[in-house]
Design a binder for this molecule. Structure first.
Ligand code: NAP
Length: 442
């Protein structure tokens, strides 16, 4: 019997568990037991707290993870914080392999003056707030201003701009948490400016997500046609990117009369690199330097201007959280690893391995390849003999330490309570703090 501890119950964690199950179930292999740890009492990580609340079809992938979770050789061990309740060396004593699937939960910093002013947030915090992450439930962004700025030209920037733009009716069927819906209901934005330091051919936005911005009830996307390269140059782009740029071209063709029918203007301000957040304690504007793109890089031109900004949300990427004793690549913001191997018996997968890129599905091959590494290390003897205690050992330790472990069956009770509390048409009303999640179990 081999024992695997996976730290993190998001997509990378569950795909790794699924892969381990499939691999070790083959006749010529030892059996396997997988424990998936999460510091929160609820599973699914990014699916619950990162994927936009109005993208329920994407969240539906959790049903696949549930199938894995409900098998005998995989279990969810929630409400256990690695590094506090149990250390990595202790896990290594108990399990043959420890896989870090901890994602990239922290905001990358812009490193500009004024970043610490009030009403300036990173997307981890802001998205966590509207998705009910307990760490950010109290964020209380002030949405009363007329002008919001969203920095970055990726899908997270699109999520944030879209959430700020939607009417209450457009949130029908979404699991946006009540505190965010209440705040958005009171908000009355006039402009939302999406700021990109490079141009249309360098955006990271995917076509489907960009297309959604063109179909909002009360918001109209505005692209300056002067920012667009010659149409013939689009031929050099890969097909998905060409579709995205085509959306920008369509936005640029929207007439003033059409714009006038919608009260919110979503401006794309490209070739603009943030240099400072202006404001007396609280943000009032974003200063940017006009750029030009040279061999793919944004180069400053020395021309500066200010974009009014009562709210700033920087959607510029994420970093993983280091764990004491585990080598960390500070520059890349992820664990130092060789294709998933960190140290003997310690592996990483998903965003913790490669950084915050790709779709949810990208984590599937990642999960399968880390299991291949583990299997290789089992068969070449690197992981030693099969004599670890696995979950029995963990249970004894959890008992000794009085840990309040949340099981998958407990989670199902939390889920049931959230479903029962849902407003009309919504799939659930999430608990936004750990105490109420635990309360629903008992
Ligand atoms: P992303 O796709 O990497 O985009 C980050 C953006 O931030 C880029 O435009 C980047 O510009 C810009 N940026 C980085 N540092 C900057 C700085 N210092 N100043 C100004 N701009 C800066 O990251 P993301 O939007 O956070 O998304 C993360 C991953 O999740 C992506 O793979 C994304 O596709 C995925 N995701 C998918 C969906 C979906 O499918 N619906 C939804 C959300 C997220 P440069 O290119 O110039 O560096």
């Amino acid at each position: 019997m081999r024992h695997i501890a996976i730290i993190g119950s998001g997509p990378a964690g569950y795909y790794t568990a699924e892969a381990a199950q499939k691999h070790f179930a083959k006749d010529d292999h030892e059996d396997v037991r997988v424990d998936i740890f999460d510091m929160l009492p609820v599973p699914y990580g990014l699916i619950r707290f990162g994927v936009a609340p109005d993208h329920q079809s994407i969240k539906g992938v959790s049903r696949r993870y549930e199938k894995v979770a409900l098998t005998d050789n995989v279990r969810f061990v929630g409400n256990v914080c690695i590094g506090k309740d149990i250390t990595i060396p202790e896990l290594q004593e108990l399990y043959d392999a420890v896989v870090l699937a901890t994602g990239a939960p922290n905001d990358k910093q812009m490193g500009i003056a004024g970043e610490d002013k009030a009403n300036v947030f990173g997307s981890a915090a802001f998205v966590g707030w509207y998705n009910g992450h307990p760490e950010f439930a109290e964020l209380a962004p002030d949405l009363s201003g007329k002008n919001a700025v969203v920095i970055g030209m990726g899908n997270v920037a699109l999520d944030v701009a879209r959430i700020l733009s939607k009417t209450e009716e457009e949130f029908a069927g979404a699991d946006i948490v009540a505190h965010a819906l209440d705040a958005l209901r009171e908000a009355n934005p006039e402009t939302i400016t999406i700021v990109g330091r490079r141009g249309p051919h360098q955006i990271m936005m995917t076509p489907k997500e960009l297309g959604e911005l063109g179909a909002l009830e009360r918001a109209s996307p505005r692209v300056d046609s002067d920012d667009l390269p010659e149409e013939a140059e689009d031929a050099l782009l890969e097909p998905g990117m060409r579709k995205s740029v085509n959306h920008l071209r369509n936005f640029a063709a929207i007439t003033e009369d059409e714009h006038a029918q919608k009260p919110i203007a979503v401006h794309f301000d490209m070739f603009a690199s943030p240099t400072e957040i202006i404001g007396d304690g609280k943000a009032s504007a974003l200063r940017v330097e006009r750029t030009k793109v040279e061999t793919g890089r944004a180069v400053g031109t020395g021309e500066f201007y200010d974009i009014p900004a009562d709210l700033v949300v920087a959607c510029i990427g994420y970093r993983s959280s280091p764990i004491p004793g585990v080598p960390f690549d500070e520059r890349m913001g992820r664990f130092a690893n060789d294709e998933g191997r960190i140290l003997t018996g310690i592996y990483c997968v998903g965003w913790a391995r490669r950084g915050p890129s790709g779709t949810i599905g990208t984590n599937r091959p990642d999960g399968y390849s880390v299991v291949d590494l583990i299997a290789e290390d089992v068969s070449n003897g690197t992981l030693g003999r099969a004599n670890k205690q696995g979950r029995d050992g963990f249970d004894a330790l959890a008992n000794e330490r009085g840990l309040d472990v949340v099981t998958f069956q407990d989670w199902k009770k939390i889920e049931e309570a959230e479903t029962a509390a849902a407003r009309k048409g919504a799939p659930r009303e999430k608990f936004v703090n750990v105490e109420s999640m635990i309360g629903a179990v008992s």
